[in-house]
Ligand binder design. Sequence first.
Ligand code: ZN
Length: 200
Amino acid sequence: MQCDEVDLKILQALLNDGRASLRQIAERTSLTTPTVSSRLTRMLKSGTIKKFVPILSSDSVHGGIAALVTLKMESSYAQKIAEKLAGLREVDSVYMTTGESITIKVSLESVQELKSFLAVNIPKKGVKVTSSQIIIGTLKEELPSLIPKELTMNLRCDFCDGPITSRRPHTIGSGHSRYYFCCKTCKKDYLIEHGGKIPA
Ligand SMILES: [Zn+2]
């Protein structure tokens, strides 16, 4: 399912001000508060919006170091290694790039720790650390604030777990406890399974 113009309007309002209330978003987008609420719930549930987090100014964060590390490897390993690195708490970003490389940004306590981090987490076989640079200044670091023209919402049916393709999915509940279904039958079967009651 693609996000439509209403979703994109709400997203843009949130990118401008992530702390805006439902009412404020509604005012700024000329939508109604219930529309904003239900669309937001849907985008959160589908994972289109991953989470709301504060962005710390890098000037305020003292102690510790950040480094950019570039690794080169055979392309058959790349995906697996990138996924493993992405799962590590110390790793802030993982970029797969041309030339069979991966560049990661890591945050650690010290330069010493960077060495042991690399020794422990980078497989010795088939992977080469081509560069590792300590960041000494950050002039700009922001998440992208432009919304792509097409944005997919991976909303799945709460009964059969199948993908929901319709722009107007069958739903029950309201606000935060809204459930989505791919078809009428799934909605009906879900209600039968739960004895007509909607779990909160
Ligand atoms: Zn279904």
